[in-house]
Ligand binder design. Structure first.
Ligand code: GDP
Ligand code: MG
Length: 370
């Protein structure tokens, strides 16, 4: 992946290095000027500082991994991928747990039992929604920065007894920077001292204008504790998804993004991936970050083995030779030789940018910012 030092980035933005470092510390990232950040993080920082960003020369394009563009007639609608954001203790985890229970497949095939970093529910209507369920460490890590691109809709959870707080504002900024529409979930409305209207008014000051205030952002009153309002929330997500007209071609070589990975004692390297396009199948040869392997098994959040996983479907992949990094992209290639070639290229370019030769690699980033 392309990289740049914090210092170079600050220089190119005409900002003081100290200000960029300070900003990163506020995001929970202790970095120094000569630390290297990747292009996704650089892009988000640049946007936070009000710059327009133009990306050039994706390494995957250089090595021809992008694949053909899809014919519009092959595109089928796909489920939305939803991230839950908000201030600490406002109920993100509780809401994710409550939403898990809206799944109607639970009765048939056993409920969602595994934590794999994302899960998909099937609603009574038959619609599906994929929720990202990755640990909410520092809000602005490279992982989150890339994760944002894997997100179609952000649910902004705001506790009705606490209203807008610093991480609420941060979440709004991240969603806006990533161009992801927000749905407001006013949570804890079961509490006697809850004040949902105050939340909606407070949000106005941060450029989130909900429908009842004449804006376009949907807002739903919920209680993760009692389950109140969850149907309205899933309806709001489905409606937003329809507006976005989310589509993908399920009949092609798969690609997508790694959202979690681990070295499992019994199973070896396990990566949870989210398929963006195509269908990932058992037996496919996959390159994920700088790891590769032949897919030995695909396991879903119910612990069930799958033959294939289509667009927006989260799935655990077994058979890689190592654990890729969260945020890494994955792609299916034709042959093992090709997989080896690509991973060697990636390992080489990683080594290059971390060594003295980094200058050359960084030079290719000269057009990163415009
Ligand atoms: P997170 O930090 O945003 O993930 O918040 P949690 O889901 O961990 O919730 C923080 C606290 O708020 C926990 O004690 C929850 O039980 C409580 N909580 C979450 N949702 C609700 C709700 O709708 N009503 C009430 N009364 N409490 C809630
Ligand atoms: Mg939590």
């Amino acid at each position: 992946p392309e990289t740049i030092t914090l210092q170079d980035l600050a220089q190119r933005m005409n900002e003081r290095v100290a200000d960029v470092v300070k900003f990163m510390i506020q995001q929970g990232e202790m970095l120094r000027g000569n630390d290297i950040i990747d292009a996704d993080t650089a892009e988000l920082i640049a946007e936070e500082f009000g710059h327009t960003v133009k990306r050039v020369a994706e390494s995957d394009v250089e090595i021809g991994l992008e694949g053909e563009d899809d014919d519009p007639k092959d595109l089928k609608s796909r489920p939305p991928i939803v991230t839950i954001m908000g201030h600490v203790d406002h109920g993100k985890t509780s809401l994710l747990d409550a939403l898990r229970k809206t799944d109607v497949v639970a009765g048939e095939a056993g409920g969602i039992t595994q934590h794999i970093g994302a899960y998909q529910v099937k609603l009574k209507s038959g619609d599906r929604i994929t929720f990202l369920d990755t640990p909410g460490h520092a809000a602005f890590t490279a992982m989150r920065a890339r994760g944002a691109t894997a997100t179609d809709i952000a649910i902004l959870v705001v506790a009705a007894d606490d209203s807008v707080m610093p991480q609420t504002i941060e979440s709004i900024n991240h969603a806006k920077a990533a161009g992801v529409p927000i749905i407001v979930a006013v949570n804890k409305t079961d509490l006697p001292d809850s004040n949902a209207d105050k939340v909606l008014t407070d949000l106005l000051q941060h450029d989130v204008q909900v429908e009842s205030m004449g804006g376009e952002t949907q807002a739903v009153k919920v209680s993760a504790l009692t389950g109140q309002g969850l149907d309205e929330l899933t309806d709001a997500i489905t409606l937003q998804a329809e507006l976005l007209e989310l589509k993908a071609n399920p009949s092609r070589h798969a690609d997508g993004v790694v959202i979690e990975s681990q070295l499992d004692k019994g199973r070896g390297p396990v990566a949870t991936v989210l398929v963006k396009r195509g269908t990932l199948e058992r037996g496919d040869i996959v390159v994920a970050g700088s790891q590769w392997g032949k897919v030995r098994a695909l396991v879903d959040e119910r612990g069930q083995q799958l033959k294939g996983a289509g667009p927006a479907q989260p799935v655990e992949v077994l058979g890689l030779d190592g654990a890729p990094d969260p945020g890494d992209s994955f792609v299916v290639v034709d042959t093992e030789a090709r997989a080896r070639e690509v991973t060697e290229y990636r390992i080489r370019s990683k080594r290059q940018v971390s060594g003295k030769a980094g200058a050359a690699a960084r030079a290719s980033l000269d057009q990163l910012l415009s």
